[in-house]
Design a protein around this ligand. Structure first.
Ligand code: GLC
Ligand code: MG
Length: 242
């Protein structure tokens, strides 16, 4: 029996962004489907992924990791209830909303970007540097320890302390009985960092933001020459998956 592996790719700036590359990756993945579990890991909510679910040039994944790793849904079984319970343990969404109301530097995103476990904003980099540490301390004090994930020099996602793409990928590896050496992670921005540094094969695509590539990425993370989904194909070849 062929060995099972797990491919986890970010969506915006990695899977999508160059439609021709997205199609080329879909062709490569079609041939791998039998022995590679496919997961998309994104800052989007599941509702924000509906355009992808309807895109014939995008292979439908086995797992949707949404809300920056705060929610996991299996195509065949629905939501991961154990993960949901873990997220709910320390999360009081109303408290987060109340605490952030004191910070006018934070601009809410659109309602569709709001998730049960993600409160998303936009904030300028110079404001973020000042506000984020204080906001994190206030949330902790208010009884809702949270992770503040700032990416693309613009997006701030407030998620439960135990969330993140990295922890979600570790959870998936355990659930599927895979070692991290059999888990390939692919991304382009800061919210991908914690899954890229888990120790397994990983790639930062060529168009990756400096916030990721200049954040002291370990040498084990391939810096692809190709951009967007072509960078994922490059990684599949580099690591000998195709
Ligand atoms: C996606 C989501 C947005 C989030 C960003 C970073 O663009 O739509 O809500 O803030 O990813 O995770
Ligand atoms: Mg991205």
């Amino acid at each position: 029996m062929p060995s099972r592996k797990l491919l986890v790719t970010d969506i915006d700036g990695t899977l999508v962004g160059d439609p021709d590359a997205t199609r080329r990756l879909a062709e490569v993945l079609a041939a791998l489907r039998e022995h590679v579990i496919l997961a998309y890991a994104t800052g989007r909510t599941l509702r924000q992924c509906e355009d992808l679910a309807a895109n014939p040039h995008v292979i439908q994944p086995d797992v949707w990791v949404t809300e920056v790793g705060a929610a996991i849904r299996y195509a065949d079984e629905g939501p991961d209830e154990a993960w949901r319970a873990k997220m709910a343990e320390t999360w009081h969404r109303e408290t987060v909303v109340q605490v952030v109301a004191g910070w006018p530097e934070l601009t809410p995103q659109s309602a569709i970007a709001d998730g049960p476990f993600k409160v998303p904003f936009q904030i300028a980099p110079h404001d973020a540097a000042l506000v984020l540490p204080k906001l994190a301390a206030q949330l902790l004090e208010a009884g809702t320890p949270a992770r503040l994930v700032y990416s693309s020099q613009r997006d701030l996602d407030i998620i439960p302390a135990a969330a993140g793409k990295g922890p979600a990928v570790q959870h998936l590896a355990r659930r599927f009985g895979l070692g991290l050496e059999d888990v390939l992670t692919c991304g382009d921005s800061a919210n991908d960092r914690d899954m890229l540094v888990l120790g397994g094969p990983a790639v930062a695509v060529a168009n990756a933001h400096a916030e990721l590539t200049e954040s002291g990425l370990p040498g084990t993370v391939l810096r692809a020459r190709a951009g967007f989904a072509d960078g994922v194909v490059e990684a599949l070849r580099h690591y000998g998956w195709v």
